[in-house]
Design a protein around this ligand. Structure first.
Ligand code: PXG
Length: 460
């Protein structure tokens, strides 16, 4: 049990006071947090974090789905340090480049699927998504079809929180704020088999969800649809793994109506699902993908869009600027860090480790330890990412009332017992660093079991 009963130390209080007075946190009820005081994280090592009260916490979320190489990777620190000394910044506008950006573009192209060999840099997943929105719409303009500009996404999808990302995503809580949303976006149902399929088999449901795309394309007119966008598996939506046939059906429909496919790989990219990209795990042949997070193992902000030949060649042959980009597109220090990340992942064979060793171990251990728990309705996941549904009644899949916040109760027990496990509504999700070993997986599973027991007690 963590040291929660004593009042915080003077050091902790000093940080909490500055924070409450001046720091507005993302996705946070600022007033409520200010009264309570934020948890202060001080340092990390491997898959562990420490807070300012000296508590050691195992990080089941790799920071925020990103610290794939763990918290004390010296090679990444050295790469950033050397690049800081060599050239801390120069831009990539005005016909200029530098070695880190060029080398990173080549390195990313060496791991992307298919012909996604042309790389546009951004600083966050949201910026990568905005880049995709503008790029696919401009692509159809170049092709003489400016009206082909509607993007289709899915309910409960997360594509970031810029205006473009929030509009494209399917999070109702985000749509309610900062309206109006960007026009030209349509949404279809999510492929959440456990929660939404009723009596349908996974296969039937996969076909039904893909059919929803075809119906939507026909409703708005194929001539008006620019692209379909989806996360290979939905991450922030609660780790929703689509039925095995889903993406194959989506692919057929997009091909049939000449609709581009954009895969949002911000979470799935860089080994999370046991391949370099989730598109490879789910058999998607995307025209364009976004990536961020694991690209630099979260050590510095950097994101990218990998563009396939179809779109890239259209831009290359079109004799006009693409009026889009960011001051820090291809920032040399972030690029050098990302380059070191990919090279380390290759030399340590981390993707293979997730695919053949720790991923299957994690998936099996989770089920073995947690599946029979009275609160656990269902566990789904692949590689090193998993989600589980917490239910009041397993047989009928009945959920707890939403005002009970079962997920937050469980999450708080986890925090208080030295485990970071994220709550998404009534779903609990895990996405640990890729460098995690078997005994650390055991520790996560054992702690999760204990915290589910405590959650059950709390709700009884
Ligand atoms: N696409 C996907 C699929 C994401 O998961 C973004 C885009 C946006 O990336 P940036 O770098 O702009 O945040 C994301 C980000 C959570 C959580 O609580 C998930 C994300 C970000 C913040 C919180 O699960 N995903």
């Amino acid at each position: 049990m963590l040291n929660k009963t004593q009042s915080p130390s003077a050091k902790t209080l000093a940080v909490q006071c500055m924070d409450a007075e001046h720091h507005m946190h993302p996705f946070t009820n600022t007033g409520a947090l200010n009264k309570k005081g934020a948890r202060v994280i001080t340092h990390g090592e491997g898959v562990y974090l420490w807070d300012s009260e000296g508590n050691k916490i195992i990080d089941g979320m790799a920071g925020l789905w990103c610290v794939n190489l763990g918290y004390n990777c010296q090679e990444l620190v050295d790469a950033a340090h050397q690049q800081m000394q060599q050239l801390p910044f120069y831009n990539t506008f005005f016909q200029t480049t530098h070695a880190p950006a060029a080398e990173l573009a080549k390195e990313i192209a060496s791991v992307t699927p298919g012909d996604l060999n042309h790389i546009f840099f951004a600083n966050s997943g949201s910026e990568a998504i905005d880049t995709i929105i503008r790029m696919v719409r401009q692509y159809w303009c170049i092709k003489g079809k400016p009206y082909k500009n509607i993007l289709i996404s899915r309910e409960n999808a997360y594509h970031g929180s810029t205006v473009g990302g929030a509009s494209l995503g399917g999070m109702s809580g985000m749509h309610k704020q900062g309206a109006p949303l960007l026009p030209g976006i349509e949404r279809i149902r999510q492929p959440y088999w456990y929660g939404e399929a009723g009596d349908m088999s996974e296969e039937e449901f996969g076909i039904a969800c893909a059919k929803a795309l075809e119906d939507k394309i026909l409703a708005v007119g194929p001539e008006n649809v620019a692209a379909f966008i989806g996360e290979p598996l939905q991450g922030a939506g609660g780790v929703i793994v689509p039925p095995a046939n889903y993406w194959q059906e989506i692919q057929k429909i997009c091909n049939k109506y000449d609709v581009l496919i954009a895969a949002d790989e911000v979470i799935c990219g860089f080994g999370r699902t046991g391949n370099w990209f989730g598109s490879q795990t789910f058999g998607i042949q995307p025209d364009i993908i976004s990536m961020a997070k694991g690209l630099s193992s979260g050590y510095l902000p950097i994101a990218a869009v990998a563009v396939g030949n179809r779109i890239a060649h259209a831009f290359i042959e079109h004799n006009e600027d693409f009026n889009h980009g960011f001051t820090y597109s291809g920032h040399p220090v972030a690029a050098a860090t990302a380059l070191a990340t990919i090279r380390l992942m290759k030399s340590r064979k981390l993707v293979e480790y997730v695919a053949d060793d720790i991923g299957p171990y994690f998936q099996a251990k989770l089920r073995e330890t947690l599946a029979d728990h009275p609160l656990v309705g269902h566990i789904e996941g692949v590689g090193l990412v998993a989600g589980m549904a917490l239910v009041k009644d397993k047989a009928s899949k009945t959920l707890f009332p939403s005002d009970m916040d079962i997920g937050l109760i469980c999450r708080d027990h986890c925090f208080n017992n030295g485990l970071i496990m994220r709550a998404v509504g009534s779903r609990m999700v895990l996405s640990p660093p890729l460098v995690i070993n078997r005994s650390e997986v055991d520790e996560i599973c054992d702690k999760a079991r204990l915290c589910l027991d405590l959650t059950l007690k709390s709700v009884k």
